[in-house]
Design a protein around this ligand. Sequence first.
Ligand code: PLA
Length: 463
Amino acid sequence: MASSPILSLASSTASSALPCRRRFLHNLKATSNQMTFLGNDHINSKQSFFRTSMSVAVENSKFTDITMAPPDPILGVSEAFRADTNEMKLNLGVGAYRTEDLQPYVLNVVKKAETLMLEWAENKEYLPIEGLAAFNKATAELLFGTENPVILQQRVATVQGLSGTGSLRLAAALIERYFPSSKVLISSPTWGNHKNIFNDARVPWSEYRYYDPKTVGLDFDGMISDIKAAPEGSFVLLHGCAHNPTGIDPTPEQWEIIADVIQEKNHIPFFDVAYQGFASGSLDKDASSVRMFAARGLELLIAQSYSKNLGLYAERIGAINVVCSSSDVAHRVKSQLKRLARPMYSNPPIHGARIVANIVGNSDLFSEWKEEMASMAGRIKSVRKKLYDSLCAKDNSGKDWSFILKQIGMFSFTGLNKAQSDNMTNKWHVYMTKDGRISLAGLSSANCEYLADAIIDSYHNVS
Ligand code: PLA
């Protein structure tokens, strides 16, 4: 019996090296294993009672049918990265901005706003369900421009959300409740979490063509015909700028045609704006697609996020805006968004909302933010160019790498398949998503050549 791997695991010598809590759990598990093996008869009654109750607790869990969930395709990459001890490792998985030294970056303007907030010593009372009024005003104005008729006519229902994801989720709940027979059309491919959000909200979705691997560009004809073919009154999810993961946006002319088709089909445009100001460096330019749709008098939904453009990832600050045909409708829509939010999370967190409101509401801080945002966008553009130059200089196969320069935003869609992406990670310690996306925000100039070597090797030597 002593030779049984189960019982030898339970021996006190094996467990004594473990820290206290782990040792307890270890012994607990071993005890339950031992129980199965020996049976109750061999143990005196006092021990038996103790061990049986422990054993029951472990073996008869009500949760035994819960299987292990797979790691998240994006956030799980960071977990794997942290476990790698190789010096050359690069985390190009999640879209989080890093400095040239590959350190996380807190914007100076955010630090200034926080210093002011500390001085003011504001309280921590609950926010109203819809969030901080000054934030909701600032966020809608940033999106549409202060003089936009939709703002002046009070036709926008704005509710502060738990960043982009929470705002999308709230909109999905609104669709599920008020448009139960409608579906959402999402681009193929899209940000990995979109499908989860609609699945969990029980909103049916289907895909429209977006990316053409042959041209490494937009499949515009495919996109238009799929939007046309969808049942009238569908929601069409569009990335306002810097499409994730492809980095390919429609041209202004193509946006107009997309709007024409959506209008013809009575669809409802639903924008995900997670990168305003981060794509081009200009807040206004990156909002032009949304503003064009609003200028047509359409009703539309827009989810916003301040994770990237203000680096407020962990503050979970964003908003859902619903542009309505009248202020009266907007009023009612807002009341229902609040009704959906209340049982989900009651009311949103205050800190990030105050940061945004204080920065946008102070002309000095606002200008400083725009400069810092432009410099973050500029750093990403410069590593994009350096990566392209390194690929061209090192690869003599004649492959055209210029698609990398045509993409915008923080990502590059390399065209590497899953096996090639695995090679990037397993051989080169470059962590990225398995769809071939790399986050250039996690790259420094010093690492561009190394990354180019990894891409060239994976592209040519792995099929
Ligand atoms: N929408 C899109 C298109 C996004 O790319 C992201 C973030 C979000 C919404 C949500 O961000 P938020 O909830 O933090 O506001 N996408 C990241 C991170 C940057 C992630 O997957 O959560 C990405 O690496 O794709």
